[in-house]
Design a protein around this ligand. Sequence first.
Ligand code: FES
Length: 369
Amino acid sequence: MAQHDDGVAASDGLALPVSGNTAAGSAIATTHEREVSPGTAVVTADRLVNPGFPPHRARLTDTDPKKDARAARQVSILFYLSIVGSIFAVAAYIAFPIVPGDMASVRMNTLMLGLGITLGLMGIGIGAVHWAKALMSDVELVEERHGTRGTDATRARAVEIFSLGNKESGIGRRSLIRNSLIGALVLTPIPAVVLFRDLAPAANPATLLKHTLWEKGTRLTRDPSGTPIKASDVTVGSAFHVIPENLAGAEEFLEEKAKAAVLLMRLRPEDLNELPERSSWSYDGIVAYSKICTHVGCPVALYEQQTHHLLCPCHQSQFDVANHAEVIFGPAKRALPQLPIAVDTEGYLIAQSDFTEPVGPSFWERERN
Ligand code: FES
């Protein structure tokens, strides 16, 4: 045992910090040497005794060929169940479609899909565990610790061990298990492929995002009450969350609302820096812009009336309303689309037309147009 100057006692490769002065440090002792006072660091000289392996107990499948065969059947049945589950998931997804607006169909679709995928994954999982516990070799081995980079001989031995593992697991010999496992593994990802494929809209996204419920003469109404907005209701500095008046009867209510949502703001006309071709798109300082962020589509809902900035809370893109909602900060690459507005004979704000460009994330537009 050695005592270092830095107050660390070391013994046979074991080191621990020692509190107090050198005298305290020198008080380190083994439990066999003498009694020590409380608070003194003690290094035990006892070495860990290797307890060895408990007596090996042969499994039923090791001693009884019938049990071995039965376990093999059980494993392959589990893998086949997994195949059935994966096929069921795909079939259920088609047989129980989600009907827009019908929550019962959503629940049924989710339930059936979940059952199929659960069966698919559990079949493989339980089958693999059962295979390992009941059929694979259960010889216990001692593995010495060694450096992470083995010698060439060790690496060659590793290859040998893999071959041995292959032999002992029986994957080459037990063709029933092997084939059913391959089938299960191949089919398990299929529900995910079907699901992810179906996430994409069937029609061209650029076309979908280009047309909203806004059309010539559609009144701008408050979200969510649907009450029309008069130009005189919009005071300088105020902002309104707006939906089209014909949204209530829309077939795809949520989708249409997500596309048509608009923010309405009134600035002092002298603060507005409008593009010449859009000079007729506003009304006495009142402007309307799509609420859907052109980055990845979050609602741009935070309006700072002093600076006339709109902030998207998702990734902090900022749009300058005074300058035709151009991007002044953040990852968005395109200004918010502007909705041309006017006032009808009764003083209510109306749209002059639909948006003139696709709303929402701009990559649709770049990719498709
Ligand atoms: S979605 Fe608006 S900044 Fe990302």
